[in-house]
Design a protein around this ligand. Structure first.
Ligand SMILES: NC(=O)c1ccc[n+]([C@@H]2O[C@H](COP(=O)([O-])OP(=O)(O)OC[C@H]3O[C@@H](n4cnc5c(N)ncnc54)[C@H](OP(=O)(O)O)[C@@H]3O)[C@@H](O)[C@H]2O)c1
Length: 318
């Protein structure tokens, strides 16, 4: 099969599109012919920051496609079925072997491009909101609010009647959130996020859901009122941007780690993922798609995905 691979982490230029061995499904796995790949924020961080465990490494969490082979111990799936798949690696390829437990039927009639674009972002957003147990009347700050996860968090909260302050680097892109009913927007960069939030509400927000990490996490935490919650989704540390335990202690903050991939095989989370896909299929959550690239041009696709000011998922097709 052909795949976009790299042997050294770095910028999008590390990709080469080349012939590699076909994957063989294990007894608990299915083999899919990949039809659509969603470039997730985590794919960008993995490519940039993590040394690949093998040469010709195939990055990527999310791909949809058609099942072409089924492992001996798998039940509940058929050859020819269209599915969404998650794994810690391997989406940037023509074929993908994945655990059946991380494989999900695409809801009847749902566009497979929309399904894969939505899957991780909306699922993660739903899990983060569940974990944060936000109460009616509370206010929430969301960082990376124009990204795949952040935009879904914003929409789900607004649907629940929660007042959301959305932050991002581009004023222009943040304006796209108006149509989703975001309460306030705050552009990060020149003035610290927490100072801008405190101008809106001097007490700060009840919950901060962070999908960026680094300096945005450290800054946004200071916008949370005493006794409030910080939900970590990105988990990226930046040089010199570490969370101060004394700050957490003195402000009595609750810090919650939300990692979808680690719990997605739990029945409750599986239900949440199915529910999230239904919300998208029914139009209760919109998932914008920015652009579709060829897998052969993974370098340009990743370059585009890294740009600030874009709005919506970047997809690739083999
Ligand atoms: N914990 C989990 O289960 C889980 C699941 C999915 C994703 N994630 C993580 O969540 C993060 C977001 O994923 P995603 O798929 O939503 O990514 P995405 O679609 O690429 O969006 C990330 C957003 O963050 C903003 N951003 C990026 N770099 C920034 C920086 N240096 N400073 C300020 N803002 C920045 C960008 O918005 P602007 O250009 O508007 O600034 C971008 O739209 C990633 O780190 C990913 O690994 C975690």
């Amino acid at each position: 099969m052909k795949a976009a691979v790299y042997s050294k982490n770095g910028g999008p230029e590390v990709f080469s599109y080349t012939e590699v061995a076909d994957p063989k499904p294990g007894s608990n796995q299915v083999l899919i012919k990949v039809e659509v790949i969603s470039i997730e924020g985590g794919d960008l961080s993995n490519r940039l920051l993590s040394a690949p465990p093998t040469s010709n490494y195939i990055v990527g969490y999310a791909a949809s496609g058609e099942i072409i082979e089924i492992g001996a111990d798998v039940s509940g799936f058929q050859v020819g079925q269209k599915v969404i798949t998650f794994s810690w690696a391997g989406s940037h390829a023509e074929l993908r072997a994945v655990d059946a437990a991380s494989t999900y039927a695409i809801p009847e009639g749902m566009d497979p491009q929309l399904a894969i674009a939505a899957f991780i972002g909306v699922g993660t957003a739903a899990l983060a909101i569940h974990l944060s147990a936000i109460q009616p009347g509370q206010r929430v700050l969301v960082s990376g609010a124009t990204g795949g996860v952040g935009n879904a968090v914003v929409q789900l909260l607004v649907n629940d009647g929660i007042e959301v302050i959305a932050t991002g680097r581009s004023a222009n892109t943040l304006r796209s959130l108006d149509e989703f009913g975001v309460w306030k927007t705050v552009v990060s960069g020149e003035t610290p996020i927490h100072e801008q939030v405190k101008k809106i509400d001097e007490h700060g927000v009840d919950v901060f859901i962070d999908t960026v990490g680094m300096e945005v996490l450290v800054d946004g935490m200071k916008a949370v009122k005493n006794g409030g919650k910080v939900v970590l989704i990105a988990g990226r540390a930046g040089e010199g941007n570490f969370i101060d335990p004394l700050y957490i202690l003195s402000h009595r903050l609750t810090v919650i780690g939300c990692l979808l991939g680690a719990v997605m095989q739990e029945p409750f989370v599986g239900d949440l993922l199915h529910k999230s896909l239904r919300w998208v299929a029914e139009g209760k959550v919109e998932v914008p798609i920015h652009k579709v690239f060829k897998l052969a041009d993974a370098e340009s696709a990743h370059r585009e995905a890294e740009k600030s000011g874009k709005f919506g998922r970047i997809l690739m097709v083999p």
